[in-house]
Design a protein around this ligand. Structure first.
Ligand code: ADP
Ligand code: ZN
Length: 725
């Protein structure tokens, strides 16, 4: 039987090998043993019942709680030529009756149902008249009252299942918490040997947690890494979602908001637009994501704190379902913790204890110097043993030797002491650097002995040091007010009994090297992506239903131009080939002819494709940089790429920062509104303070010239500087 399963895997789904545990689960189900399958999102749970459904004689019933997920599954199965249907409240009376007719005529392989629909006596009667081969409980965590989406109807499913004694039962879930897992196991009362629990390590997710500072710029820098690729940005409040969406729209990005304050129609519309690749970025509250199955989400940005590790894991889990690399950045701000603390304060006492423990676990994840996967997987009761995961910021960080910072530590701690331990790092740093701010004057801090003694370090360096002082247990940060307080250890340092060493700069990442990657033709990929979009729109399905990204990448590597060659590729089954194969072959053939390229045989032992981001061809800033250097003006480029001039400037800066010379031109100065004298002053300040961060320049010029202007002059400065060297 398992041989047959392997054949279906290739013929229908177009995949070469099973993923971990798929084979074991399928074998068990084919032996008609009731089975529980716990595997993370994106690991391929659906196949575990879809393949048996195609091998069994009879109907497979799939109970699923979300209509959008059912629709998605049915569409994908239809595209593969499998007879799949659904029964739920979203259908018109006609469609409903029509589907019932098809079930009566035994023309259906897989039937997706909402639990409420299944529990109706007339549905049960209809199904009892059929031969039911398997009974699938998808999203089985809905059985558990401990889970986040408990559904009372799910409790009744085990009784219902008894009405189909011939059918084998398979329950599936991506629940990572042990408590819920145990609860499901208990509720189902399946044989112990029938549980398959996979690791919750999602290897293809790159995890990165950064301290939140200049969050708008951090967001733009992150997004610049994913031109035209799908992603989600999570914010805490509706207001923030709206603001962020607007900000990004102004920056020229294709984005839509999603939160509970929007009407259901608008939400539906925005979600559909995202799924169909009409919108690149979704800015959302946690309300978004439950019912979506989009496999090519390439990044998730947490702009705000998630409520706990579980929701963080669930939200990043929406990225990279297709198994290709996806990037997850979490901007971690201490100010955000205060907000969360405030919310926690509103809860009752026992809830507060739980919430605080959860928050601490999250802070631990953010502050660790170890592999991010250690605290993450430990939280779910798994032990992670790899020395270096190669897919998180900490594992890729250069090891920077720390240096002795006992003196600055003493200065900082002493300043905390003299200002009565009631201020946060910002004020302490202002005092140390001799700032003339209002707040310094208001509290008379210019009189303190520590005023102005710390000018050797920049603000950024001080902030970085202060966070390390907290991590090293010299200071405790009051979660409510953000004020810093000295610990016993701090007194030891102040008394000169203990030395302290720390790093002075945020650790630099070595450029992430995806484990294996193959170069592919990015222009052809783009062409095929457009073709896919047209075909998808024509048949009213999301693009990924036509082919996943990985298939298009393989086309852009091997240039297949025959049926045999096409069928070798990932995700190309027989039916899909019949539907779409010729269109793709035609495009590829034309492209090959124009560019004098030849088909290459696909060798299955070849390196696996794991990364899209890093190989997606030339990054946008480089294309912009090269076009600029060959004569395109900023205005022309902003029209060509349909983005604002600022975005082009950002691209050019990045291009230059990577060591490329920029052509000299009067373009930059023409964009500037400053007088030529002021422009010269800015250049002088840039020469003095460097071009990497603009803050010192901004400060040196009396905080009077906007960053926008500084960015323009910086490019002019760089272009001329590079010419002169
Ligand atoms: P889950 O339900 O566990 O979140 P899905 O069943 O939606 O995951 O599968 C995620 C993606 O992986 C889908 O696009 C699916 O077609 C693909 N997939 C599943 N099994 C395999 C396999 N053996 N080889 C390649 N791709 C697979
Ligand atoms: Zn790691």
């Amino acid at each position: 039987m398992i041989k047959e399963a392997q054949r279906i895997l290739k013929d229908i789904f177009g995949y070469d090998d099973f993923r971990p545990l798929q084979k074991e689960v399928i074998e068990n189900v084919l032996k008609k043993k009731d089975t529980l399958c716990i595997m993370p999102t994106g690991s391929g749970k659906s196949l575990c019942y879809q393949i048996p459904a195609l091998l069994f004689d009879g109907l497979t019933i799939v109970v699923s709680p979300l209509i959008s997920l059912m629709e998605d599954q049915v569409k994908q199965l239809e595209a593969l030529g499998v007879e799949a249907l659904m029964l739920n409240s979203s259908l018109s009376t006609n469609e409903y009756q029509n589907n019932i007719q098809l079930i009566r005529q035994s023309k259906v392989r897989l039937l997706y149902l909402a639990p409420e629909t299944l529990l109706m006596e007339r549905t049960l009667a209809l199904l009892e008249s059929q031969k039911v081969a398997s009974f699938i409980i998808d999203e089985a965590h809905c059985i558990s009252e401990w889970g986040h989406d408990f559904r009372p109807e799910y409790r009744r499913l085990m009784d219902i299942r008894k009405r189909f004694p011939e059918a084998v039962c398979l329950a599936l879930t991506a629940t990572a918490t042990q408590r819920v897992q145990q609860d499901i196991q208990k509720s189902l009362r399946f044989d112990k040997s029938a549980s398959f629990v996979a690791s919750f390590n999602r290897e293809n997710l790159f995890l990165e947690i950064k301290h939140k500072s200049q969050s708008a710029q951090q967001t733009l820098d992150f997004l610049a890494r994913f031109p035209d690729q799908s992603g989600i940005i999570y914010c805490l409040s509706r207001k923030q979602v709206d603001e962020m969406a607007e900000f990004l729209q102004d920056e020229g990005y294709s984005v839509q908001p999603y939160h509970a304050g929007l009407s259901p129609e608008v939400r539906q519309q925005n979600q559909a637009s995202f799924i169909r690749d009409d919108t690149q970025i979704m800015v959302a509250t946690i309300a978004f994501g439950m019912g979506i199955n989009k496999p090519n989400v390439r990044f998730v940005l947490h702009y705000d704190l998630p409520s706990n590790i579980e929701s963080y894991y669930q939200q990043i889990g929406r990225a990279g379902r297709d198994g290709l690399r996806a990037d997850c950045l979490f901007l971690f701000g201490y100010g955000d913790i205060r907000k969360i603390k405030y919310f926690i304060g509103q809860k009752n006492e026992s809830e507060q204890v739980v919430a605080h423990t959860q928050l601490n676990a999250l802070v631990g994840l953010a502050e660790t110097d170890d592999c991010r996967r250690i605290p993450l997987l430990t939280y779910f009761g798994e032990t992670y043993n790899d020395v270096n995961c190669g897919m998180c910021d900490n594992c890729l960080a250069e090891d920077q030797t720390s240096r002795d910072v006992t003196i600055p530590a003493q200065q900082f701690l002493s300043c905390v002491k003299h200002s009565e331990q009631i201020f946060g790092a910002g004020q302490i740093i202002d005092i140390l650097r001799g700032s003339k701010s209002q707040k310094v004057k208001k509290f008379g801090h210019q009189e303190l002995s520590t005023y102005g003694i710390g000018k050797d370090f920049s603000k950024t360096e001080w902030f970085y040091l202060s966070r390390q002082f907290v991590q090293k247990g010299l200071l405790i940060q009051d979660m409510e007010h953000g004020s810093l307080k000295l610990t016993a250890k701090a007194w030891e340092v102040l008394r000169g009994n203990q030395n302290i060493s720390a790093r002075l700069e945020e650790r630099q990442e070595k450029r992430a090297q995806p484990k294996t990657e193959q170069p592919y033709d990015s222009s052809l990929f783009e062409l095929l992506r457009q073709l896919r979009k047209t075909l998808a729109d024509d048949s009213n399905v999301p693009p990924y239903v036509v082919f996943p990204d990985k298939t298009l990448i393989e086309m852009a590597i091997y240039f297949p131009q025959s049926e045999v060659a096409m069928l070798q590729l990932h995700g190309v089954g027989k039916v899909k080939f019949v539907r779409y194969g010729t269109s793709f072959i035609q495009s590829i053939a034309e492209y090959c002819q124009t560019n004098q390229l030849k088909e290459k045989p696909k060798d299955r032992t070849h390196g696996k494709i794991t990364s899209l981001t890093k190989t997606i061809g030339t990054p946008r800033h480089q294309i912009v940089g090269e076009k600029f250097n060959s004569g395109s003006t900023i205005l022309v480029l902003s029209k060509e790429f349909k983005v604002q001039k600022n975005t082009i400037l950002d691209h050019l800066y990045r291009y230059s920062a990577e060591g490329n010379a920029l052509r000299t031109t009067s373009d930059f100065l023409e964009l500037s509104q400053l007088s030529s004298t002021t422009q010269k002053e800015v250049c002088k300040a840039l020469e003095q303070h460097g071009t990497i961060t603009l803050r010192p320049v901004f400060e040196a010029l009396g905080q009077e010239i906007s960053y926008q202007e500084l960015k323009i002059i910086r490019l002019h400065f760089l272009a001329n500087e590079q010419k002169n060297t």
